[in-house]
Design a protein around this ligand. Structure first.
Ligand code: PLP
Length: 394
């Protein structure tokens, strides 16, 4: 016998992975250049030069026993200090090394946070905001929490505030937000976040315990046109941040990020202890030593967003001209587009005829849309326009 929940998850391929696989098979038949694969969110710009230089330097010059050895469970003190220093300088909030817990990216950071916040297995609840990253459900349920979500505000793809207010109850331990957003590319405005803070403050009083806000921020540095990505803990004090260098330094395969529990969080030290304990339970400690040391020296590095900006511009202009409608994508590398005909799954199927691979929105908690990950080559974007036009007009 084995765990049926885990079996259910592991035996079912994700729609995104299936599309990607389909693309690889089509490429063998029609040539790679004729497949327009917008399925995966894998960065298409290289890591900043300093990242590789730092890694090489460390490998060539530092004690190999140290470089490949275990670190302390939450990460090296000096690494957490470097991360805390950068946050303090940038966000105008005093962050210390004790507020930082290094992780293998945002995914394990989120599971750890959910596990830490689960008061009663099978009862405590994580509340997402549609459209949301589909993995929030298994992360929550795997941590013993229930997962529910607030329906999307399909006019702006900000947050449906009246629906949020209605959904929160005494079992709601946390609300998870993701800005800049996967899949919509939308950045939540300060005004939206302030209203969320009002609701959570009021509801926390009503239910008699803090309702934490979990800010999932792998796309924090990926914004266009100077749009502000507010530092959420300065707007709502009970905010726990999950950060990742997967997209900001184009290092998804290296698995490095952190959890930040600022001092302003209610019982901050105890919450951090619960985070440390939760990480221990799931065996998620000591993220890669080499990468910890690299990011400590690269906290100020930013990706060259030029290629994403160019793709975004070509896509936005091209799709608009054809007649597609989409949410204002100020960040990340996604476009969330209304499916002509109103059925995202049917439209995604139709697109396959033209070797155009787009992800239907259903798994993101909204029907009738599709997601484009424009972290692809410029040629793919330019050459795909005909396919978009044919699929629209069919
Ligand atoms: N959260 C969101 C919204 C994501 O899009 C992703 C990855 O695509 C993750 C979390 C997980 O990122 P990581 O690679 O840091 O585990």
């Amino acid at each position: 016998m084995f765990n049926q929940y885990a079996y259910g998850l592991g035996s079912k391929k994700s729609c995104i992975r299936e599309l990607f696989q389909y693309g690889l098979e089509q490429a063998k038949k029609v040539g790679r250049e004729n497949v327009f694969d917008y399925s995966l969110g894998n960065p298409s710009i290289p890591a900043p030069k300093k990242v590789n230089e730092t890694a090489k330097y460390i490998l060539d010059h530092e004690d190999p026993l140290l470089v490949h050895g275990y670190s302390a469970a939450p990460g090296f003190e000096e690494v957490r200090e470097a991360i805390a220093k950068e946050l303090t300088e940038r966000m105008g909030m005093d962050i210390k090394s004790s507020n930082i817990f290094c992780t293998c990216g945002a995914a394990p950071a989120l599971i750890t946070i959910f596990k830490a916040l689960c008061v009663e297995e099978g009862k405590s609840k994580v509340l997402g905001i549609a459209p949301f990253f589909p993995e929030y459900r298994p992360f929550s349920e795997g941590a013993g929490m229930k997962y529910d979500y607030v329906e999307a505000d399909t006019t702006s793809f900000q947050i449906n505030l009246p629906a949020l207010e209605k959904k929160i109850d005494a079992d709601t331990q946390c609300v998870i937000i993701n800005t800049p957003n996967n899949p919509s590319g939308v950045v939540f405005s300060r005004a939206t976040l302030e209203k969320v803070a009002d609701i959570l403050t009021r509801k926390s009083k009503e239910v008699g315990h803090p309702i934490y806000l979990v800010a999932d921020e792998p796309y924090r540095e990926l914004v266009y046109g100077g749009v502000e990505v507010p530092w959420v803990p300065s707007i709502y004090k009970d905010t726990i941040v999950a950060y990742s260098y997967s997209k900001s330094l184009s290092l998804p395969g290296e698995r490095i990020g952190y959890i930040c529990v600022p001092d302003c969080v209610t019982d901050s030290k105890d919450v951090m202890s619960a985070v440390a304990g939760a990480a221990r339970i799931i065996g998620h400690v000591c993220p890669p030593t080499l990468l910890q040391r690299v990011v400590a020296q690269c906290t100020h590095e930013r990706p060259d967003l030029g290629a994403y900006e160019e793709n975004r511009k070509i896509l936005m202009e091209g799709l608009k001209k054809i007649g597609y409608e989409f949410a204002q994508p100020d960040g990340a590398f996604y476009l969330f587009v209304k499916a002509p005909g109103g059925d995202g799954v049917a439209f995604s199927e139709k697109c396959k005829k033209y070797n155009l691979l787009v992800v239907p929105s259903d798994d993101f908690g909204v029907k009738g849309y599709f997601r484009l990950s424009y972290c692809v080559s410029k040629e793919t974007v330019v050459n795909s326009m005909q396919a978009f036009e044919k699929a629209f007009n069919e």
